[in-house]
Design a protein around this ligand. Structure first.
Ligand code: 5GP
Length: 193
């Protein structure tokens, strides 16, 4: 997606060879027009799939996921990282190792929001080693919901997340694919959506 790649070039900051900071338009301050366009793009790609729920993980996945869900006219569910007192129903749970925080946390979704009739599109801001997406897939599997695709804003293709998910027979659509952050330069792969 050209607009996202241009924005990454303009406002993305390389923290080190492995981490890109996009806090001025995705992960902290958010550009709603760009996010709406991202939602439209995912909705266009997945419009024939009969998606019934968009699933993401808090917190940075929520904004692109809500725009995608609105464009597809389906509900959005975000997996929670800490258990709230109000989550007193049966839960689907999975362990996720966080690439940026370097801790493992339990993520959960109330069972009542996913069922075996659901066709799920998973959305997240980044794909690194695939652990967040894999945890969300596990939650869907516990509910016997079908995961029909994974939509990612920024894939770091030099890490192995895509490979892990494709080995699980999952369709991965990334709007920007970064091949390298080495030497202070952002390089993109061809073949983004
Ligand atoms: P994975 O689970 O695929 O290893 O990592 C994806 C998760 O880690 C995303 O949900 C995102 O929050 C975070 N993440 C991974 N790499 C980056 C990065 O380069 N920059 C930022 N801001 N977040 C990242």
């Amino acid at each position: 997606m050209q607009a996202l790649m241009e924005r990454i070039m303009q406002d993305g900051n390389i923290l080190n060879d492995g981490v890109l900071k996009v806090d001025s338009f995705v992960t902290h301050q958010v550009d709603p027009d760009l996010m709406a366009a991202i939602g439209q793009r995912f909705a266009e790609v997945f419009k024939e799939y009969g998606i019934t729920k968009v699933v993401t993980i808090e917190s940075s996945g929520i904004v692109p996921a809500i725009y995608t869900a609105q464009a597809l006219q389906v509900p959005m569910i975000f997996a929670r990282k800490s258990k709230s007192l109000t989550m007193n129903e049966e839960l689907l749970t999975a362990s996720v190792y966080s690439f940026t925080k370097q801790v493992t946390s339990t993520v959960s979704i109330s069972r009542k929001f996913l069922s075996k009739e659901d066709k799920v599109l998973i959305i997240d801001d980044f794909l690194a080693n695939g652990q967040a997406a894999k945890g969300l897939v596990e939650l869907c599997q516990q509910a016997e919901a079908k995961v029909l695709g994974i939509g990612i804003l920024i894939e770091k293709s030099f890490q192995n997340g895509r490979q892990l998910l494709e080995e699980m027979q999952l369709k991965v659509v990334s709007l920007a694919r970064i091949s390298s952050l080495a030497d202070g330069k952002i390089q993109f792969l061809e073949g983004d959506a």
